[in-house]
Write a protein that binds this ligand. Structure first.
Ligand code: HSE
Length: 309
């Protein structure tokens, strides 16, 4: 194989109760990338469309992740990467993760799969780390593995792919303001009270149990974030009224997607997802803010190969 074209999906990290550990990926929203072998060694980013991002491989998350893989697995030729961005940088739905995961997925395929998808997470995480200032795998893991994932540990890296009910759907609203992950991480308090920690790990454990037992009521009770959301929601316009309208329209839960400004709701079934999307539109419209809205089932496959040659 000389060239591969892929779809690298957007993703929702944290999922309310799992800051830095839970994530899932979406279906219709994502970037396309073409990765091609070149005679000259190294990595080159030859095209970026849709966003103003650096071509310097040491500054672009796709380049950083690609170089991390090639440092571990040197080879006698190189790669060029074309990136067609549909996910806006700073939107909170894993723009950098899609680029980082897409780059390592494509290079691994062209090298004949020396690494498993689990092993690729470590390389993609280096790209994420360059973008956000600290390593976290909660976006790159679902993009590379598909479905909903839990990062048990990053040192050593251990990621678990979780089961999830097929009826689970997501609604994403992206208010068009930019919030950089690095900034949204800086504002977080470094200490958590014992009382809040107990609530959060109770919710996280129960949410995972509910995924396996398909207990949507338990899932709904567990989709709470008592630690990060109170701090970050202040940065998101209309957050409280959006949350109220999503829950009233039948959402199982509502929270910040990754570090925001996108927000997400989970629903049982596509019909409720439609009602939630309409309710969110009605709530945000009077503010005059520009926004995008997406509905998606959980993408169980992650990155998809569109073509290869
Ligand atoms: N878990 C990370 C954060 C995700 O919330 O900072 C960033 O996309």
């Amino acid at each position: 194989m000389e060239e591969i074209k892929i779809f690298a999906p957007a993703s929702v990290a944290n999922v309310s109760c799992g800051f830095d550990v839970l994530g899932f990926c979406l279906d219709p929203v994502g970037d396309e990338m073409i990765i091609r072998k070149t005679a000259s060694k190294g990595v080159k980013i030859s095209k970026i469309e849709g966003q103003d991002l650096p071509y310097d491989v040491n500054k672009n998350v796709a380049g950083v992740a690609a170089l991390a893989l090639l440092n571990a697995h040197p080879c006698d030729h190189g790669f060029e990467i074309e990136i067609y961005k549909k996910i806006k940088a700073g939107s909170g739905i894993g723009s950098s993760a899609a680029s980082a995961a897409g780059a390592v997925f494509g290079i691994n395929a062209l090298l004949g799969q020396p690494y498993t998808p689990h092993e690729l997470i470590a390389f993609a995480m280096e790209g994420e780390s360059a973008a956000s200032g600290s390593p976290h795998a909660d976006n790159v893991a679902p993009v590379l593995l598909g479905g909903i994932t839990l990062v048990r540990s990053i040192h050593p890296l251990e990621v678990i792919q979780l089961s999830s009910p097929s009826e689970l759907n997501a609604v994403i609203l992206h208010p068009k303001i930019e919030l950089k992950t690095i900034h949204a991480r800086e504002i977080l308090k470094k200490e958590v009270s014992m009382e809040k920690a107990i609530q959060q790990w109770g919710n996280l454990g129960a949410f995972i149990a509910a995924l396996y037992t398909e207990d949507f009521e338990l899932m709904s009770r567990s989709l709470n974030d008592v630690i990060v959301e109170p701090m970050r929601s202040l940065l998101i316009p209309e957050f409280d009224s959006l949350k109220k309208s999503a829950i009233e329209a039948g959402a199982l839960g509502f929270g910040i997607s990754g570090s925001g400004p996108s927000v997400f709701a989970l629903t049982k079934g596509d019909q409720i997802a439609k009602s939630v999307a309409n309710a969110l539109k009605k709530t945000i419209s009077p503010s005059g803010l520009n926004y995008d809205i997406h509905r998606s089932p959980i993408n169980h496959q992650g990155i998809k190969v569109l073509s290869n040659q």
